[in-house]
Each structure stands twice: as structure tokens, then as C-alpha cells.
Design a binder for this molecule. Structure first.
Ligand SMILES: Cc1cc2nc3c(=O)[nH]c(=O)nc-3n(C[C@H](O)[C@H](O)[C@H](O)COP(=O)(O)OP(=O)(O)OC[C@H]3O[C@@H](n4cnc5c(N)ncnc54)[C@H](O)[C@@H]3O)c2cc1C
Length: 596
């Protein structure tokens, strides 16, 4: 256990070994053999994230952020991003561990393992989790849509498993005039004229794809100096909108080692993720190779975004886990009015709220991860629909939960939590980006609408998933009332879906409400599913958390909960937060008829 000046804290712990909930989630999400093979990676990442990377992330954020070096001492243009050596060391460790490479080559593990590693990394350095995600997304798209030559040349470098040379990736879409509305892009992909082709091919290096030169600006370019970027751009004569966009591979360096023709104008001065170099780019004839021409270029870039949305969900759950851990430990050590904070009922309620929402967040993120793996293994429409719906809901909901709970952690730590020497302050700043990048909340809500009937029928997949949970939950008298609650709330949701289907012109007005409704129902179902597994093993912790979650959203108690019996909470608090089995809890009835 990490201890600073007599106060327990997260730093110094192996974040994987102390997180039995994550272990259970991954064990359930992966075939036994694959979980076993993933364990050394997860353990190592847990150790790094709780130790060296955590120290590095604080140092980088407070004292040694990346800087753009524009000129050398002779006034020559350099245009390089400089990082501190501790950050560079963390980067080498994280890539060399196989965070991306574990999904490729012989004995490749499911993507769920990668997302588990990202969750752990985000507990200490969400800024570093970003380039790792971008590199994974670049590899993911190249593996699916790159030419044989592109795959052979770049994948082994993007997806390494050992210490040594590697390449990192990036995805450049957003322009000044449009992020969500990517179809407004004006960056041009001009074909290299025939008379320059031979020289251009030598400059670019081996390959057989069409070469273009990119002209324009990219307004938000994270990992601005990445070795390899996927870029959306419009060839001459292509139509307006996203259907006119092609997808291109743009290396930072040409074959002779010189810098490709784009300039990092400046680095953004950001609220959080300060170790990550997010730049504005001026593309001035940068050489790039075609991956996908219009009309499918943007569609293939969206696959990178879909992948990184699940990464965003895993990172959200990771940040959430860290702030929960810090709040819980602090509340145990700090005394006020003669008692540890953790003995005051209202503090207990806050910590249990953080924990119940953490279970929800983790369950959503890894449901989306598993859905991606399932859709890969068997790309049938029902599985693809589930993958798309869970990705949008998980991206949407987990980001909101991370922000909300980072704020709660500061509340629990009081004044100290607001001070930058405590990790809660940084995590609060880091969390704010989660609901913004990779498509903000409303954009996820619109995606939820698109996945429904008649297009993708994800609502039918959700109905099946929830019913399976309800059937399992009603088999035990202790969870029967929650099974009823789940069915009732899904009934409300079906009524809402029916209304939306009958009013397609008004549907987008209500998309955000629908995303709230569906994510609250799904997260409750997933936590209830875990509860049922726990009950079968003689453990009621999951039941308590499902009950608490229901009170927060689907079944609020009457009178805003005032007067509800809370006497059961104090006796179970320690075991609940110490992740030790519980039995014989006397929860109040959930009162399915009351509330909403
Ligand atoms: C730190 C950071 C790093 C980033 N890195 C990258 C990167 O590497 N590559 C990259 O391409 N981009 C990157 N981005 C950009 C990011 O993806 C965009 O900011 C994001 O997609 C939103 O686009 P926007 O900023 O243009 O906001 P807008 O699209 O202008 O949206 C503003 C608001 O309007 C809402 N809105 C938009 N359209 C609708 C609609 N139809 N209905 C209802 N509401 C709507 C949105 O939900 C949002 O709340 C980064 C951003 C940040 C903050």
C-alpha cells in the first residue's frame, strides 16, 4: 500500500493486483486460456501505472510538458516536439510491453486485453493513453484496409511486443471549421504529377499505393509528431461532404530521414492531457499514400474512431477507478469530528455511489470491448449492431461518469483534493476531455439513433441481452425485484423507441434523452448480471451495488430518499469497499411501483 505522511494513497500499489473487480470482469470477458496469457501483461502494466508512470505523469504535467522547438540555434527550421526523458521512458515501456502488439501476430490476444491495459494506464497517465490509442487505431485500420505492402511495411512497427524500435500513429480529421461535421473538410489530396512520380516514390519509400500531396490544415492533431498518421482529405473533383473524403497514410519522415512537408504550427495549451502533444498542422504538400479512396475513406476512418471510442470508455473507467481509490483511501485515514471520514454516513454514501458507478462504467466499457471482439469473430448483423450500440453508449456514459466522479473525489479529499500535489486535481482536468474528443455526447446520441431499427436493429439485440439478465436474476429471490425493475424500465424504453420510430423527424431532438435512458438501463443490467454471479458464489456485494445504482437512476426512493432505511449500510461498508464477500445484507425493498 502506498503511504505518504501517514496517509494511504494509490501510488505504490500494483493497480491490477488490487483491482479484483477488473480481474473478474476480464476473466469473464475472455476465454480462460487467453486470460491466463494476458495476466503477465496486465500485472506489469498495473505495476508501472501504480509506480514509475504515475510519478512521470505528475512530473510531466507539473514541470516538464512537451515543447515545440521551431528553430535551431542557427535559425534553421527544426519543428520538432521535445519530451522529457521520463516521459520517453514511459512511452518505450508501454509500447515494448506489447500494449498494441498483443493483438497482432502469432498468439494474438483479443482487443479486450488491449482495453484492459489502457484502463490500467489511464489510472496514472491518460495523456499517454491517447497516443497509445491512436497507434492502436492506426494499426487496426491498416490491418483491415491497408494494402499488403502497407501492412507488411508498417504493422510490425506499430504493433511491437518487445523493447526496441517502434512507430507510433495518429488520426488527423478535425479542421478549424469542423470536428463533428467532418464533411466540411477542405484539406486536399492532389495526385502527384506523372513527371514527379518516380522521385516521389523514392522519397516515400517502398509501396504500390497511389501517392498524393496533402494541402490544408488540421486543427487538432494529437501525437502531432507521430511517425505515421491516417489523414482524411478530398481529392480534386470529389463531392462535398464525407463521401468525398479519401483516407491517406502520411509518415512524419521520408525514406531519407528528412521531415515530410507539414509543419506543426503550435501545440495547444490544454486543460489536461498535458503530456500529450496536440498540435495544429499546416500540410504543405506532404507526401501520403492512398489507403481508401472516396466514397469509403471516411467510413474507414470511422472504424479508427469506433476503436478509439472503446478505448475512451476504458480510459474513463480507469480514471474513475483511480479517483475512487484515492477517495476511499483518504476517507479511511483522515479524521474529522472525532471519526475517520469513512465512518460518517454521508461520506460512506458518496464513496458507495462512486463505487456503484465505477462498476457500471467498467461493465459498460468491457461490454463494448467484448462486443467488438465478438463482431470480429462473427461479423453477423446482430453482433455488429450490438457492437455499434454498446460503443456509442459506453463512450457517452463512461465519460460523463468519469467527470462526475473526479469531481466527487475532490469533494471527499476536501481542500487537499483541489491541490495539484494530489492526483485528484490532475485527474479532474484529465477527465474533462473524455466527453469531448472521439465525438462529443450529442454525436454519440445521434449514433445510438442510427443503430436502431430499421437500419441496424440494435434495440432487438438489447432486448435479448436484457431479457437474459432478467431471467437469470429472477431465479434468486434476492434479485427478483431487480429483474422486475429491469423489465419495467425496458418497457418504458420500448415505448420511447416506438414513439421515436413514429416520429422520425423529431427523433434527433430526443436522442440525448434516449442515450441516457438506454445507458442507465444497460449499465444496471450489467451490474445486476455481475450480482447474480456473486449471489451464486455466496456474495451479496454485487446485489448491494445493483440496488444502489437502481436508487441513483432507475428507481429513486420516494421523498428523495429522505426517511429511507440506511441502517444496513454502515455494517457492510468496510467489506464492500475492501472487496471482501458479503452475506446476509438486509436491503430495503426497491419498490418497483414507486419512483420514476
Ligand atoms: C485534447 C484534444 C485532442 C484532440 N485530438 C484530435 C486528433 O488527434 N485528431 C482529430 O481529428 N481531432 C482531435 N480532436 C478534436 C475532437 O475530436 C473534436 O474536438 C470533437 O470531435 C468535437 O468537434 P468540434 O471541436 O469541432 O466541436 P463541434 O463539432 O463544433 O461540436 C460542439 C458541440 O456541438 C454539439 N453538436 C455538434 N453537432 C451536433 C448535432 N448535429 N446535434 C447536436 N449537437 C451537435 C457537440 O456535441 C458539441 O457539444 C481533439 C480534441 C481535443 C480537445
Amino acid at each position: 500500500m502506498g503511504v505518504h505522511d501517514g496517509q494511504a494513497e494509490g501510488r505504490g500499489l500494483n493497480f491490477f493486483l488490487v483491482d479484483t473487480a477488473l480481474q473478474d470482469t476480464l476473466r469473464r470477458s475472455l476465454p480462460a486460456e487467453e486470460y491466463r496469457r494476458a495476466l503477465p501483461l496486465l500485472e506489469r502494466m498495473g505495476e508501472l501505472s501504480g509506480g514509475a508512470i504515475d510519478r512521470q505523469a505528475e512530473y510531466t504535467d507539473r514541470l516538464a510538458r512537451p515543447v515545440l522547438e521551431t528553430y535551431d540555434r542557427q535559425g534553421n527550421v527544426v519543428n520538432e516536439v521535445r519530451y522529457n526523458p521520463l516521459y520517453e521512458e514511459s512511452v518505450r515501456e508501454v509500447y515494448g510491453l506489447g500494449t498494441i502488439g498483443c493483438n497482432y501476430g502469432q498468439g494474438a490476444l483479443p482487443y479486450t486485453v488491449h482495453f484492459g491495459l489502457l484502463y490500467l494506464l489511464s489510472e496514472s497517465d491518460p495523456g499517454l493513453a491517447c497516443p497509445v490509442t491512436l497507434t492502436a487505431s492506426t494499426a487496426y485500420v491498416l490491418a483491415r484496409h491497408g494494402s499488403e505492402q502497407q501492412r507488411a511495411r508498417y504493422l510490425p512497427l506499430l504493433a511491437v511486443r518487445t523493447d526496441g524500435p517502434f512507430a507510433d500513429g495518429a488520426t488527423f480529421v478535425t479542421e478549424k471549421q469542423g470536428g463533428s461535421d467532418a464533411g466540411l473538410a477542405t484539406t486536399e489530396a492532389r495526385p502527384v504529377p506523372p513527371e514527379e512520380l518516380e522521385a516521389a516514390r523514392v522519397a516515400f519509400g517502398p509501396g504500390d499505393g497511389e501517392l498524393v500531396r496533402l494541402f490544408g490544415e488540421k486543427w487538432f492533431a494529437s501525437n502531432a509528431d507521430a511517425d505515421l498518421a491516417l489523414v482524411t482529405a478530398r481529392p480534386p473533383g470529389a463531392p462535398e461532404g464525407t463521401r468525398g473524403l479519401g483516407l491517406y497514410l502520411m509518415p512524419r519522415r521520408l525514406a531519407d530521414g528528412t521531415t515530410n512537408a507539414y509543419r506543426i504550427r503550435r501545440l495547444k495549451d490544454k486543460l489536461g492531457t498535458t503530456g500529450l502533444a496536440t498540435g495544429e498542422l499546416e500540410l504543405d504538400g506532404a507526401l501520403a499514400e492512398l489507403v481508401t479512396p472516396p466514397p469509403d475513406g471516411f467510413k474507414h476512418m470511422l472504424e479508427a474512431l469506433e476503436f478509439s471510442r472503446i478505448a475512451n470508455a476504458a480510459a474513463s473507467a480507469g480514471i474513475h477507478r483511480r479517483v475512487y481509490l484515492e477517495a476511499k483511501l483518504y476517507a479511511e485515514g483522515r479524521r474529522a469530528f472525532g471519526l475517520p471520514l469513512a465512518r460518517h454516513s454521508m461520506v460512506q454514501q458518496t464513496i458507495v455511489t462512486m463505487l456503484a458507478e465505477l462498476r457500471a462504467s467498467t461493465a459498460l466499457a468491457f461490454e463494448a470491448a467484448r462486443a467488438l471482439d465478438d463482431a470480429h469473430r462473427t461479423p453477423e448483423p446482430a453482433l455488429v449492431a450490438w457492437h455499434r450500440l454498446t460503443t456509442a453508449l459506453a463512450k457517452y456514459r463512461t465519460g460523463e461518469l468519469a467527470v462526475r466522479n473526479a469531481s466527487r473525489a475532490i469533494e471527499v479529499l476536501g481542500g487537499n483534493g483541489y491541490v495539484e500535489e494530489y492526483v485528484t486535481a490532475r485527474m479532474y482536468r484529465e477527465a474533462q476531455v473524455l466527453p469531448v474528443w472521439e465525438g462529443p455526447a450529442n454525436i454519440q446520441a445521434l449514433e445510438v439513433l442510427r443503430t436502431l431499427r430499421p437500419n441496424w436493429r440494435s434495440d432487438l439485440a438489447m432486448a435479448r441481452r436484457l431479457e437474459a439478465v432478467a431471467v437469470a436474476a429472477e431465479a434468486d429471490p434476492r434479485s427478483r425485484e431487480m429483474a422486475d425493475l429491469l423489465r419495467r424500465r425496458w418497457g418504458d424504453a420500448e415505448a420511447a423507441l416506438g414513439w421515436l420510430a413514429a416520429h422520425p423527424d423529431a427523433a434527433s431532438q430526443h436522442a440525448r434523452r434516449l442515450a441516457d435512458l438506454l445507458s442507465e438501463i444497460l449499465e444496471f443490467a450489467l451490474v445486476l448480471e455481475e450480482a447474480v454471479v456473486g449471489l451464486a458464489a455466496g456474495d451479496e456485494r454485487g446485489l448491494v451495488l445493483a440496488f444502489w445504482l437502481a436508487r441513483l437512476s432507475l428507481a429513486p426512493a420516494p421523498r428523495h430518499g429522505i426517511g429511507e432505511d440506511l441502517s444496513w449500510l454502515a455494517p457492510v461498508y468496510d467489506r464492500l469497499t475492501a472487496e471482501q464477500p458479503l452475506d446476509g445484507v438486509r436491503l430495503p425493498g426497491i419498490g418497483v411501483e414507486v419512483g420514476v
